[in-house]
Write a protein that binds this ligand. Structure first.
Ligand code: NAI
Ligand code: MG
Length: 350
């Protein structure tokens, strides 16, 4: 079996960590006896600076035939962040109906988490972020520029189809892991979209009497992630709330360098896309010291998605082995190794 993978390393540390993830994936393929056929795309802010676009006009059609996409990160100083995100990442997520952004959070060995030693070693939660609508919308505008009455309006879009399918995905996931679902809401302050979200949540929850669930305002839920993470299993959240919560959860469990994510098209009609939660980190770009673990764990999610479950498990185990052994760690983990050294150590452990 040979899978066709599109790689978009992007900008900054996205390029470094994607090279290591590819090394680990190739190792997994040779050990588990399947093929990976790579095609690399130079779509990035660098391309934007030269051509005026992040990706070619037919970019989506070119990605469509692939089995999966591995994305580094996009964004670099000099190119406004809304250009890099709306010029590449968000169009791909929407064109391929990758309406689930799946962000598993685990406390890994050898990390200096603020939770370490608090009995949270077994901590494992999943954030299911809505990835196609919500607060990230183009509706709205700027008005009365430069006048005393200047204002900006930004609308959110919550459709019944969109809200229901993401909540249902969270319940299916919780059922499979015999866990519980927590809904991130804010229906006390946001009076149209969030009460609607709550209503749909209650209706879907009623269809899953065997899965326990609760809802929590996003502010209180943020505190719970820090203070009682063991009370959380599967969180379902809107696009913005899920985005914020997943960086927070990553930070308290050992840092952004460890957090993977998948942009999933659940029916499998279109390619899904895997990436680290972190961005292009211009502050450490070009130094060869970025932690590749998040991107390697994202690659394990990619393998799982392709159905190569044993290979996915082996990649996760290789990461845990290298982290627990502790001799090859990047500076964010308190070590002195390079991106390349940590990536090679994981590939060797595999
Ligand atoms: P960031 O995640 O790139 O960096 C935040 C902090 O975490 C920095 O101090 C960075 O050095 C550190 N960090 C992140 N990943 C790390 C790793 N693997 N190893 C060690 N340290 C790591 O977020 P920031 O600074 O807000 O954004 C930088 C650029 O990335 C912006 O242009 C932003 O728009 C873009 N971005 C792109 C994303 C994507 O392509 N999916 C996601 C998030 C941000
Ligand atoms: Mg984010």
């Amino acid at each position: 079996n040979t899978y066709r993978i599109a790689s978009i390393p992007g900008d900054g540390i996205g390029v470094d960590v994607t090279a290591e993830a590819r090394k680990v994936l190739d190792q997994a393929a040779s050990r588990f006896g399947f093929g990976l056929e790579w095609t690399e795309f130079d779509w990035s802010c660098e391309r934007y600076s030269k051509t005026g676009t992040m990706m070619p006009e037919d970019g989506i059609e070119r990605l469509a035939p692939f089995d999966a996409v591995l994305l580094g990160a996009v964004g670099f100083p000099g190119v406004p962040d809304h250009v890099s995100l709306w010029g590449l990442l968000i169009p791909i997520r929407r064109a391929f109906s990758q309406y689930v952004n799946l962000r598993p959070v685990r406390l890994l060995p050898g990390t200096s988490s603020v939770l370490a030693g608090r009995g949270a070693e077994e901590l494992e939660m999943v954030i299911v972020r809505e990835n196609s609508e919500g607060e990230y919308s183009t509706l709205g505008g700027r008005h009365n520029a430069g006048q005393p009455g200047e204002f900006a309006l930004q609308e959110s879009v919550f459709t019944r189809v969109g809200v229901e399918r993401i909540i249902r995905y969270a319940f299916e996931l919780a059922r499979a892991r015999t866990g519980r679902v927590t809904s991130a809401t804010k229906s006390n302050g946001i009076i149209h979209t969030m009460p609607f979200w709550d209503e749909v949540f209650a209706a879907v929850a009623a269809e899953y009497p065997d899965v326990s669930s609760d809802q929590c305002h996003i502010d209180a839920l943020a505190a719970r992630v820090v203070q009682q993470p063991d009370r959380i299993d599967v969180v379902v959240a809107s696009n913005l709330f899920g985005d914020i919560l997943s960086d927070l959860a990553a930070a308290v469990t050992g840092g952004l360098g460890m957090a993977p994510s998948g942009n999933i098209n659940p029916p499998g009609e279109h390619p899904s896309m895997f990436e680290a939660v972190h961005g292009s980190a211009p502050d450490i770009a070009g130094q060869g010291i970025a932690n590749p673990v998040a991107q390697v764990l994202a690659s394990a999610m990619l393998l799982e998605h392709l159905g190569e479950k044993a290979a996915a498990q082996a990649v996760n185990t290789a990461v845990e082995t290298v982290l627990a052994e502790g001799g090859t760690l990047t500076p964010d983990l308190g070590g002195r190794s390079t991106t390349e050294e940590l990536g090679s150590a994981i590939a060797a452990a595999l």
